[in-house]
Design a protein. Structure first.
Length: 103
C-alpha cells in the first residue's frame, strides 16, 4: 500500500501531519517542530502493509518514496518538499492565482 503524508505548518516552527490511504485518514499528530520530524513520526505509526509514501507539504505533492528512503534521509526529503512547495507558490503568486481554485 502507498499512503499519503500530508504535512502543514500551522504557525512558524509548528507542524502537523496526517496519514491517509485512498482518501481515508489513518492517523494524525500536531505540534511537531519540523517537517522532517513529521515524516519520521508518521513512519512510526505505519503498519507492515505500507510500502511507500507520497509526501505532500501544504497541499503540494513533492514525490513518492519507499519508506526506508524516508527513514534514511528525512531531512533531504523534507527539504525537497519545502522547495517544491515554495516553487509552486511562487508560480501561483506570479500568475495571480495563489489561494484561488483553478476549477
Amino acid at each position: 500500500m502507498i499512503v499519503r503524508l500530508h504535512v502543514d505548518e500551522f504557525q512558524p516552527g509548528e507542524f502537523d501531519y496526517r496519514v491517509s490511504h485512498e482518501g481515508l485518514d489513518l492517523f494524525t499528530d500536531a505540534g511537531l517542530a519540523s517537517l522532517s520530524a513529521c515524516l519520521l513520526a508518521a513512519l512510526d505509526g505505519l503498519g507492515r502493509d505500507a510500502l511507500a509514501a507520497e509526501v505532500a507539504f501544504k497541499g503540494v505533492v513533492s514525490g513518492t518514496y519507499p519508506l526506508d528512503s524516508i527513514a534514511a534521509m528525512p531531512a533531504q526529503i523534507a527539504e525537497h518538499a519545502r522547495n517544491t512547495t515554495e516553487a509552486i507558490e511562487d508560480v501561483l503568486r506570479q500568475a495571480g492565482g495563489l489561494g484561488r481554485s483553478s476549477n
